[in-house]
Design a protein around this ligand. Structure first.
Ligand code: ARG
Length: 555
């Protein structure tokens, strides 16, 4: 909203002087008492007119603009004051009118977001959880901006490991166990395969033959693979359900099985595919070459990603594609970009990477010695939230629902509150605190507003001039900045921009709540206050929704 005012000021000044190449800068000073400022000396120089004349002319240019009340010359700047009352009513009305999406500059644009992507028959790792939460937030953010978003779960459901899985299953597997605990059991089989192969190296050859049969479409092998995939997916689905996350496509790596040959052929025709010790590679100097086919003809992770990229481009006609995957796959995505460029594509590809999850100073792992399942960790967060509610609000009716929203919200916010490149600390106690930079703090701010509004009737009209004091004006400005925050979040693919924004909004609101009497005897003023805090709640709730959190009425 402030951006719009800046643009309008600029346009009015330009329009007034009617001069080509005139460079008018409108700033929003971080400090000081002015709302907007125009550096005057540069303008004076460009116009070749004396300063007082320029000052008067700018005043004239802006005289019809209701949003600007006062123009002063100070320290080389024209300082402009925003008409706080007019501004406030515009901001509040816009928020309460509630628009489904912002602006329309992104209408007609498509973004593909590749996120979560766990591997079949392997546990859902903490890295997959980060990818899921970041990707889901980005999906909401881009949708809010008017994009068509295609959320893709590029499941790791293909590759030589399935040869091993099938061999292990045929030798030692048990259906009933798998159905009870799919991923745990399948993982056990995989581990057993690796133990046994030490003793009997021929197992490796068997596995290779089985994978070959699978790639060639052998029905028996396909049926087994399908079975592993379905059982694993069931387990992943319970995680997605818990988190409230969904996808538009579950086309994983296997989906590209019949689409890789065409890519290899194109690479060959373009003269990009070269042989290297029996394998087929694409040279990418100065990067290491991309291995497209192994010596035995087997395809690789990057071969499938390349086929996926081109398929998505031809099928969804994306303008932009995001891969929400950890830092450790940087080279892979650099190579993917590199190969597509050599093929003549000019695609807007972003590797949306992220840092590690730390626990007690060490990298958190759900594998290895600690067999804690992520699902159980999240359940634990919900339970702690439930216990806190019993203590604070024992009479709450829908406690389970609320506990779930708080527990999951806490985990999500903990992940999204800082720049995604940073490592995050996973500590249930601190992320569940009701004070500080936490999910519950945001939810609590919104609940506090709900409880104030509960028995109040909001009138249609309210006096906007009550918002002229500094603190309410700060709050209004913060409300007005929501749209910019969402834009910015998409620009840097960083949900944290919204998290930081919401924390600031909550802090300002809580300050306002501490210093002002909201339910006053003065009916007009009371109405103004109610409209203001209602707008705060709308924005808080919408912001939380974008992050993937659930807002509450009570907690
Ligand atoms: N399944 C992969 C993993 O767990 C992540 C896949 C990411 N997406 C992609 N298009 N490569 O490491």
């Amino acid at each position: 909203m402030i951006q719009t005012i800046k643009q309008t000021v600029k346009a009015l000044v330009l329009n007034h002087f009617q001069l080509d190449n005139l460079n008018v800068v409108v700033e929003e000073p971080k400090r000081g008492t002015t709302d907007l400022a125009i550096p005057l000396f540069a303008l004076v120089k460009q116009l070749g007119k004396p300063m007082p004349v320029v000052l008067e002319e700018v005043k004239t240019a802006l005289s019809q603009y209701e949003m600007i009340t006062d123009i002063q010359f100070l320290n080389g700047f024209l300082n402009l004051s925003i008409n706080r009352g007019v501004f406030a009513s515009k901001v509040i009305d816009r928020i309460t009118e509630e628009q489904a999406s912002f602006g329309n500059q992104s209408v007609g644009k498509t973004v593909c977001i590749d996120y979560s992507a766990p591997n079949i028959a392997k546990s859902f790792s903490i890295g997959h959880l980060r990818s899921t939460m970041i990707g889901n937030a980005l999906k909401n953010i881009y949708t809010k901006l008017g994009y068509r978003v295609v959320g893709i779960n590029h499941l790791g459901d293909w590759g030589t490991q399935f040869g091993k899985m099938i061999v292990a299953y045929q030798k030692w597997g048990n259906r009933a166990d798998i159905e009870k605990n799919p991923i745990t059991e399948l993982q056990k089989l995989y581990v057993k395969f690796h133990e046994e192969v030490e003793r009997d190296p021929s197992l490796d050859d068997q596995a290779r033959a089985v994978f070959k049969a699978l790639e060639d479409g052998n029905p028996e092998m396909l049926a087994l693979w399908q079975y592993f995939r379905e059982e694993s997916l069931k387990e992943f689905m319970s995680m997605y359900e818990l988190l409230g996350v969904s996808f538009d496509s579950y086309d994983g790596e296997s989906f590209y099985n019949d689409k890789m040959e065409a890519v290899a052929k194109t690479l060959e025709e373009q003269g990009l595919l070269v042989e290297d010790d029996g394998a087929m590679i694409v040279k990418l100097d100065p990067l290491p070459p991309a291995l497209i086919k192994r010596r035995d003809g087997a395809t690789l992770y990057i071969t499938r990603d390349l086929a996926a990229l081109l398929y998505r481009f031809n099928h969804y006609h994306f303008d932009k594609v995001l891969y929400v995957v950890g830092n450790e796959q940087k080279l892979h995505f650099d190579q993917l970009k590199g190969v597509s460029k050599l093929m003549g594509y000019d695609l807007d590809i972003h590797h949306v990477n992220f840092g590690l999850v730390m626990q007690d100073g060490k990298k958190m792992s759900t594998r290895g010695g600690r067999v804690v399942k992520l699902y159980d960790v999240i359940k634990e967060a919900i339970e702690s939230a439930s216990n806190a509610i019993v203590e604070k609000n024992p009479n709450l009716k829908n406690r389970d629902e609320v506990a779930k929203a708080i527990g999951i919200g806490a985990v999500i916010f903990n992940d999204l509150k800082n720049d995604r490149n940073l490592d995050i600390e996973f500590n249930l106690e601190s992320m569940l605190a009701f004070e500080g930079q936490t999910g519950p703090y945001l939810q609590y701010s919104s609940v506090r507003i709900a409880s104030i509004l509960k028995n109040q009737v909001l009138s249609k009209n309210y006096p906007v001039n009550s918002y002229t004091e500094d603190l309410p004006f700060e709050l209004i400005k913060q409300l007005a900045a929501f749209e910019d925050a969402v834009q910015k979040a998409a620009e840097v693919n960083g949900p944290h921009v919204i998290s930081r924004y919401l924390l600031q909004l909550s802090q300002l609101f809580n300050q306002f709540y501490g210093q002002y009497k909201i339910i006053t005897e003065d009916e007009a003023l009371k109405q103004a206050n109610l409209h203001l805090i209602q707008a705060v709640r709308i924005v808080l709730n919408e912001g939380m929704r974008l992050l993937g959190m659930i807002a509450l009425d009570e907690m």
